[in-house]
Design a protein around this ligand. Structure first.
Ligand SMILES: Cc1cc2nc3c(=O)[nH]c(=O)nc-3n(C[C@H](O)[C@H](O)[C@H](O)COP(=O)(O)OP(=O)(O)OC[C@H]3O[C@@H](n4cnc5c(N)ncnc54)[C@H](O)[C@@H]3O)c2cc1C
Ligand code: SF4
Length: 522
């Protein structure tokens, strides 16, 4: 006879305090199941801080659930691998199902196609029902996105975002967008100019408590060879800390978020960005709380419309949009490689050692914090990988390993789609490609770099500039008919008219690409 009714699966990125899987939880008959597992920690070679974040937040959540009266069956990893009892979710779950003999498994829709398949397979093996409930964390359900997307030739963020603004009555005044426009992007592309950003506000840090210190010890021993370091771990790991992080952003950085959203500067880690993505993606905080707090600040006159709309667009727009694209396009999406790119990620993406000042600075942030802000991701590291011809899946795998906020549903469309154009234009209609000129305009990096951003050939040529022209040259067939690439294609034609220069660029790009392929330093 079965002693347990529901075994309720709570994954590491489902730490909501109102999780749908727990809706009808009966403390007398149901048990929560949570598992730290080796496969999730190692199938990508995770940054140490990413491991600490997940395991610490999960253990805090376990304790909070227990305090609320839930029985939690928790599988913890220990420093010594010999104590392991199973590698992946499927194995560990199977072992517990055999012991606990629940009538059924219950979960909230998960954020990773591969994990979903693993859990479904485990349920099938045991001939037990697995019920997946909708995830209320998001503002747009997967089937709502499907409905919106059905019959459209292309998926345009702006249309989706406006639909959600209206549907959820966010930043609307009598049916019209607050501030008189839907979009303030033109006000949100400032660089810091010659003088730099000046003194930037501190980002709220959170001290590691005893539970987090235990996890840090475990990670330092068990995953000693993983990239990054646990030193200085300061992320929010509970709901209360995540709320404090949000309040800190609203009070100290939101007002300036808009104008300098795209700006880059040496040693500038977070600038006016929120650093809320990891807490959001583990569901330590709800997107609607972030949006409401920003809108309240606007209504109270504490932050201008361009900053508030810019922030709302990221959370209500982009975050929901990429999730919709992920579930609509999977499982085939992860295989896409529209430009047939084949290189591995550059060696500098693991250890940060390079002469390229822009890549070195962005990588310092990644190694120190498991973080880089959007433009460092898209227009420095992503740009370098794109123009070099890194395989989009390899770029996504690397991204999953190194960033604290990486979960498959959000990393894949951003990394493979938006950044590497691997999807051939599902997420964005053109590739985010540029020469070193763009980086020079938006940052001070080029001033301290041994390369010259203007030069495409020669000993001091900027690798990004060389590879940019070569990228256009190699992929011209894919871009010729793209009306958003007209300007770049025209410029390439002009470059091609100088046969000698173009031959030198091709040769230099070939050498650079070979070096990347061989894991050599650039
Ligand atoms: C190559 C690449 C990979 C990325 N991978 C991830 C990822 O794995 N996880 C992730 O959360 N974001 C990812 N992003 C989006 C974005 O860069 C990060 O969300 C952002 O940099 C996180 O920092 P922040 O919290 O300070 O964001 P802010 O600049 O303060 O923005 C506020 C919030 O908006 C949301 N947001 C902004 N842009 C996006 C976007 N394009 N997609 C989804 N949400 C967005 C995030 O939740 C973020 O916390 C990626 C972007 C690129 C270019
Ligand atoms: S010159 Fe090129 S490599 Fe150096 S910082 Fe500028 S863009 Fe980066």
């Amino acid at each position: 006879m079965s002693s347990i009714r529901n075994l309720v699966i709570v994954l590491g990125d489902q730490l909501d305090d109102q999780l749908s899987a727990l809706d009808d939880f009966d403390a007398d008959r149901d048990v929560v199941w949570m598992a730290e597992n080796e496969t999730e920690a190692t199938h990508v070679w995770c940054h140490k801080k990413r491991l600490v974040l997940f395991f610490s937040a999960m253990r805090h959540h376990r304790d909070a659930l227990q305090q609320r009266g839930f029985t939690v069956d928790y599988h913890a990893l220990s420093a010594d691998k010999r104590h392991d009892s199973g590698g992946d979710f499927g194995d560990i779950l199977s072992a517990r199902v055999r012991v606990l003999k629940p009538e059924r498994l219950v979960m909230t829709e998960c954020g990773d196609y591969r994990v979903r398949e693993m859990l479904e397979a485990a349920a099938q093996r045991h001939e037990i029902a697995l019920q997946a409930r909708p995830d209320r964390h998001f503002n747009c359900a997967v089937d709502e996105f499907e409905e919106w997307a059905a019959g459209r030739d292309s998926l345009v963020l702006e249309h989706f975002y406006r639909m959600l603004r209206k549907r959820h009555d966010v930043l609307m005044d009598d049916g019209e967008p607050a501030g008189g426009a839907w979009n303030f992007d033109k006000d949100n592309r400032e660089s810091f100019g010659r003088d730099g950003p000046g003194t930037l506000p501190h980002v709220r840090q959170f001290c590691a408590d005893e539970l987090t210190r235990e996890v840090i010890d475990m990670v330092d021993t068990r995953y000693a060879d993983h990239p990054g370091s646990t030193a200085g771990f300061d992320m929010p790991v509970t709901h209360a800390e995540a709320r404090t992080a949000l309040d800190d952003f609203i009070a100290n950085r939101l007002a300036n978020f808009g104008p300098w959203q795209d700006a880059l500067w040496t040693d500038m880690q977070f600038a006016y960005h929120s650093r809320l993505s990891a807490a959001l993606n583990l569901h330590l905080i709800a997107p609607r709380d972030c949006v409401n707090a920003a809108v309240d600040a606007y209504r109270a006159g504490q932050a201008p419309i361009n900053s508030v709309e810019g922030f709302v667009r990221q959370i209500l727009g982009w975050r929901e949009f990429v999730r919709g694209v992920y579930w609509r396009e999977m499982p085939g999406y992860i295989q896409r490689n529209a430009l047939r790119a084949e290189l591995p990620v550059p060696a500098s993406f693991w250890q940060g050692d390079t002469d390229m000042a822009c890549v070195r600075d962005a990588m310092q942030n990644v190694l120190d914090n498991g973080y880089a802000h959007h433009i460092q991701r898209l227009m420095v590291l992503g740009l370098f990988a794109l123009v070099a011809g890194v395989h989009p899946r390899a770029f996504h795998d690397w991204h999953m390993a190194m960033y604290l906020d990486a979960i498959d549903w959000v990393s894949l469309p951003n990394a493979l789609g938006m950044s590497q154009f691997g999807d051939g234009g599902v997420l964005g209609t053109k590739p985010y490609c540029a020469s070193g000129n763009y980086i020079n305009k938006m940052s001070n990096y080029c001033k301290g770099c041994r390369f010259n951003y203007r030069k495409a050939d020669g000993e001091d040529a900027c690798p990004i500039t060389t590879l940019y022209w070569d990228f256009l040259d190699r992929n011209l067939g894919a871009f010729e008919d793209n009306h958003r690439m007209v300007f770049q294609v025209k410029n390439l034609q002009k470059k091609r008219a100088d046969h000698e220069l173009m031959a030198a660029i091709r040769q230099q790009a070939k050498t650079l690409r070979q070096k990347i392929s061989d894991g050599e330093r650039i």
